[in-house]
Design a protein around this ligand. Structure first.
Ligand code: BGC
Length: 742
């Protein structure tokens, strides 16, 4: 294998410039003269989308559940299994870097690409993304974590300018990237299309240089989203290594180096990173056959383990084998399994739900709808079919037209044709069960009262059809829990009405209150809370134990908890650990997810689970300190079955060395000094010297004098009450320096 430094020394400027830009749509340049090939990068998060040159139809690959529903499994092992599958298919096609995973924030359920992103919670997102990245790269295939960063909408994505306050940027938008940088080292990071604070993301020096390189210590390649580079020279100056999507721009960079606008050492740095990426890719390359059957089985397993049973009144599910069932809804025969846009796959085999449901039951089928528009005749036929059967399964969901790259949804509603269908069958049958396929929340309020059960399959990939049949008839036990809240209506969501903004101004007015952070803090009722999901069995939690009740910086808190399966089926429970700081210097969400564990239990079985929390579970971003810090005080540690189902909690006291409050200045008032515990001792001494007693503070005028004015106001007394001479400037210094000066 070549030596990067040696190669770099031999390269001409033109060859180095070429390394920094794509050769064609999916390849980088190599150095032909030295037998160094370019590498192949392709989409995407939900399976491989590989187009052979000159072909518009992607090669066959396994469509796995989209990130939005895979994350509802909260299952690190499952993510690793899915990642191994994708890595194997990449190796099969000779793909060196997969353009995945997507980890952007879900400011609004309307985000058109939300299905490509994991969760509304940055900790869950970052943790699962790190598993995905680590596993793929272990198998010799690189990843490209995307879209860096604050690219949280599709509307005007090439021109919009995100205005995000520093704390929200850190705690919501960047957090998943930060977690990933610590836990896994992605070979590449994809800089996104829009602007942040007026600067395009491919040339955003704050994000690329200050945060990614300096703070996170990232050493891999920063590449552009496809054709996202607006000013090529500025981008390279500000930290972009590799321009993708545009391949005719070498002259721009060449002449910028020749004219001295950009230093050759900068190009050397970028070219070096690209060479390192090529080297890693070549070293990771393996000749592999893809085991398509095993991959299909993994896709099915992933779908079954991710699905969320939202509602199950009177135990209508699981259905009895051999029951007489009506199935309605076109999605039963043409399932909606993926979103639209660059992550679309071409799966070789798709499980059809209707086929698999027929293996369990005596089925009557009626399509009920053809499109989003209500068809009265189809609905009538469906209602007729629904009469006198044991239950009706209705397939609902969004379509590729509504959930896709390039556009945001305009509302959170199910199509009218489906709402009318559900209400019509509910008029003739009391046991209506919904199987929903969407990559983001939909409003159920128009049908909620008419249905007994809702099984949310998300965009479940090619194995979703069999998985849903197994779940409906109890061959599999639902264990997924929502990785994003299902709000009651769009008007209740945090970014409403700021999303997607006006003109190009996208202002994150909701700040850190995204998802459950918003609903739980503001006590806004939701349809189904974050972390919610039912099972066919039941679990109890007991014996929550903490390793200590007092913590200090750098120490870890070990937590243990017992979970028991109290029902009569084997099942898996996802236990969530939230931390709440009831009192804090700056506003904080009512609670935040800090850890989770998934455990499988046989009927009657109890297992103990163990997790650990470190400083990051208690800290938050303090803008004036330019870092995360932990506040001293009381914290509640909660073990929960969802963000709104807290089963057990314990309290700890954190003694932190961090001082979060701004130091006082000469513009703070005497009263503020007097009432602040940091200055209390010195202030008391100063006031004693001045002969000021607590009674003086009865006169607001005295307490509101700012320290700067102390000499003027205290011009008269020259001796203290005990007869000693006093110097007002000295006392003023005592206050400002917060120490007694003799
Ligand atoms: C998308 C990326 C994708 C790239 C290549 C862009 O339009 O934003 O997510 O990886 O195209 O298909």
């Amino acid at each position: 294998m070549f030596n990067v430094e040696n190669v770099l020394e031999q390269l001409t400027l033109e060859e180095k410039v070429l390394l920094c830009q794509a050769k064609d749509m999916w390849h980088t340049n190599g150095v032909e003269r030295l037998d160094i090939p370019g590498i192949l990068l392709t989409d995407g998060p939900n399976g491989i989308r590989y187009n052979k040159p000159d072909s518009y139809l992607p090669e066959p690959s396994t469509a796995v559940p989209t990130e939005s529903i895979l994350s509802a499994s909260w299952d690190r092992g499952l993510i690793r299994k899915v990642a191994s599958l994708m890595a194997e298919e990449c190796q099969y096609y000779g793909i060196n870097v997969l353009l995945a995973p997507g980890v952007n924030a879900k400011r609004s359920p309307l985000g058109g690409r939300n299905f490509e992103y994991y969760s509304e919670d940055p900790y869950l997102t970052g943790t699962l993304a790190a598993e995905m990245i680590h596993t793929m790269q272990e198998h010799g295939v690189g990843t490209s974590i995307k879209h860096y960063a604050a690219n949280d909408q599709e509307t005007r994505r090439f021109t919009e300018d995100s205005s995000v306050d520093e704390r929200t940027l850190r705690e919501i938008c960047l957090k998943p990237f930060e977690i990933v940088m610590k836990k896994a080292k992605p070979w590449t990071v994809m800089a996104a299309y829009p602007k942040l604070r007026g600067q395009h993301l491919c040339e955003n020096s704050y994000l690329l240089q200050e945060i990614l390189r300096k703070e996170y210590g990232y050493e891999g390649v920063v590449l552009s989203d496809w054709s996202a580079t607006v000013n090529k020279v500025e981008s390279h100056k500000n930290g972009l290594d590799l321009e993708m999507g545009s391949f005719y721009r070498k002259e721009e960079l060449l002449s910028a180096v020749q004219s001295g606008d950009i230093g050759e050492e900068t190009i050397n740095e970028h070219a070096k990173r690209v060479l390192e990426l090529i080297k890693k890719s070549l070293e990771g390359k393996k000749e592999t056959d893809a085991d398509w059957n095993a991959h299909h089985e993994t896709a099915r397993e992933a779908s079954a383990k991710s699905a969320v049973l939202l509602k199950n009144e009177q135990g209508v599910l699981p259905l009895a084998r051999g029951a007489h069932i009506t199935v309605v809804g076109k999605f039963a025969e043409q399932p909606h399994i993926r979103g639209g846009g660059s992550s679309g796959t071409n799966s070789g085999s798709i499980d059809i739900p209707l086929t698999f449901i027929k293996e369990y039951a005596d089925v009557v089928y009626a399509p009920g709808y053809e499109s989003e528009q209500t068809d009265a005749v189809l609905i009538q036929e469906a209602a007729k079919a629904a009469k006198n059967t044991d239950a009706v399964i209705v397939f609902t969901g969004t379509t590729d037209l509504t959930e896709s790259e390039g556009c945001d949804r305009i509302n959170m509603l199910l199509p009218e044709s489906q709402i009318d269908l559900v209400n019509a069958v509910a008029g003739v049958n009391a046991n209506v069960i919904i199987v929903n396929s969407s990559g983001a929340p939909v409003e159920f309020r128009q049908i909620e009262g008419s249905v007994k059960a809702i099984l949310h399959m998300g965009l479940g990939g090619e194995g979703m059809g069999k998985a849903c049949a197994e779940l409906l008839f109890g061959d599999a036990n639902p264990s997924g829990k929502l990785s994003e809240t299902f709000p009651i209506r769009i008007e209740n969501t945090p970014a409403y009405p700021f999303y997607p903004g006006y003109n190009d101004d996208v202002i994150y007015h909701e700040e850190i209150l995204v998802g459950y952070r918003y609903y739980d803090t503001k006590k806004i009722p939701v349809q189904y809370p974050f972390g919610h999901g039912l099972s066919y069995t039941s679990f109890t939690y007991s014996d929550l134990r903490l390793s200590t009740n007092e913590l200090r910086n750098g120490e870890k808190l070990a937590i243990s908890l017992k979970v028991k399966n109290t029902g009569n089926r084997i099942g898996e429970e996802i236990v969530q650990f939230y931390v709440s700081a009831p009192k804090s210097y700056m506003p904080r969400p009512e609670k935040e997810l800090k850890e989770f564990a998934k455990v499988e239990l046989k009927p009657g079985e109890t297992k103990e689970i163990h997790v650990k929390l470190d400083d990051s579970a208690f800290s938050y971003y303090i803008p004036h300190l330019h870092r995360y810090a932990v506040e001293s005080g009381e914290y509640i540690i909660m073990a929960a079955a969802s963000s709104q189902d807290i089963r057990l909690s314990e309290t700890i006291i954190y003694h932190s060395e961090d001082e979060l409050r701004l130091p006082f200045t000469e513009y703070n008032s005497m009263g503020e000094f007097y009432n602040d515990d940091r200055y209390e001792n010195v202030t008391k001494k100063v006031y004693t010297k001045l002969g000021i007693t607590e009674n003086h503070f009865m006169f607001p005028i005295l307490s509101s004098i700012i320290v700067k004015d102390l000499p003027a106001v205290m011009a008269l007394p020259k001796v203290s009450p005990d007869g000693e001479p006093i110097s007002i400037p000295k006392l003023q210094r005592c206050l400002l320096e917060n120490r007694w000066i003799d």
